[in-house]
Design a protein around this ligand. Structure first.
Ligand SMILES: [Zn+2]
Ligand SMILES: [Zn+2]
Length: 320
């Protein structure tokens, strides 16, 4: 029976932690164990503990190190454990905080031994046509080793996984930023589970409400607490309205910065908040929903969500 494991490789926004800023959030991020890694997730599909497939969603700053450390900490518990390198990369868009380490991963994988075996090897990249064009232009010297697999908006594409069946991916067109052509959020279906990789957007083009309703896991953009459309992102308060509408079983807000909230004294100065403060605020806003508190949380770096067939998700936290 195949199981899905989602690992949150990183949760941070584009500029991670700006230098010269002193507030509680900065202190939280400065802690030794809080990895400075841009927003990224890995989806592992495994059967009886045997990894069959690794889909990496976005590869911004710190993601390669995060995966290497994941392998190392696993090996402390399971001697001989080897991380399955990504079989395929999925890109939400081409902003540097979502792609900058592509060359490190690819060059590293090509240096595997025996090297001759990887001479003609290519790494499949999934994204919308405009997103992939931009990426290939940016990483032009890697072109012979990239295998672009373009997906069109609103159409589901199937990735066959040997022994499991298909992963189905749907790209949903979003408004995000002028310099992020072809930006999308992705709905993934596999093994009866529905997962939303929903970061870096200000609004959704078209009506995807029925598609997005009832996801098992929704990662949702939440760049600020208060609405700040100038950032190209939705805020957590706006995200909560979508959560109310889509009713995911579990929501994890990700890509939080809070930088623009600093100007919002008139709104009660919720400036960059710590994870605990954000979750307290979320609980206040949703207190009358009658939902269990863990249904909406802030994503944490290194957390794992295990999704077994016919079971609710189990969440495991990395030690921070
Ligand atoms: Zn971003
Ligand atoms: Zn972006």
């Amino acid at each position: 029976m195949a199981n899905l494991i989602l690992r949150v490789n990183g949760v941070l926004p584009a500029f991670m932690q700006e230098m010269g800023h002193y507030h509680k959030r900065a202190e939280e991020l400065a802690q030794k164990a809080w990895p400075l890694v841009n927003t990224s997730c890995s989806l592992f599909i495994e059967n009886g503990g045997h990894p069959l497939f690794h889909l990496l969603v976005d590869i911004g700053s710190g993601v390669v190190e995060s995966l290497l450390k994941y392998e190392y900490t696993k090996r402390l518990k399971i001697p001989g454990y080897k991380l399955r390198p990504p079989d395929c990369l999925l890109f939400t868009h081409s902003h540097p905080d979502h792609c900058v380490e592509l060359y490190i991963l690819l060059e590293g994988l090509m240096r595997r031994r025996p090297q001759a075996q990887y001479k003609n090897w290519k790494l499949p990249l999934i994204g919308t046509p405009r997103c992939l064009d931009t990426l290939i232009e940016r990483f032009f010297w890697l072109k012979p080793h990239l295998e672009p697999k373009a997906v069109d908006f609103d159409q589901s594409s199937e990735i066959p996984i040997k022994g499991v069946g298909n992963i189905s991916l749907t790209a949903i067109e979003v408004c995000h930023a002028e310099h992020a052509p072809g930006a999308a959020i992705y709905l993934l279906k596999c093994n009866g589970k529905k997962i939303l990789f929903g970061w870096d957007f200000l609004s959704i083009k078209g009506n995807a409400n029925s598609l997005l309703a009832g996801a098992d896991i929704a990662f949702l953009d939440g760049n600020t607490w208060n609405p700040h459309p100038e950032t190209g992102h939705i805020s957590i308060t706006e995200g909560l309205e979508l959560v109310r509408l889509w009713q995911p079983r579990h929501t994890f807000f990700i890509h939080y910065s809070g930088y623009e909230d600093q100007e919002d004294e008139d709104k009660g100065l919720p400036g960059p908040m710590t994870t605990a403060e954000l979750e307290t605020r979320i609980a206040e806003v949703t207190s009358h929903w009658d939902w269990p508190p863990h249904r909406i949380q802030m994503a944490r770096p290194g957390m794992e969500i295990h999704l077994k067939e016919n079971q609710g998700p189990e969440v495991f936290y990395a030690e921070l």
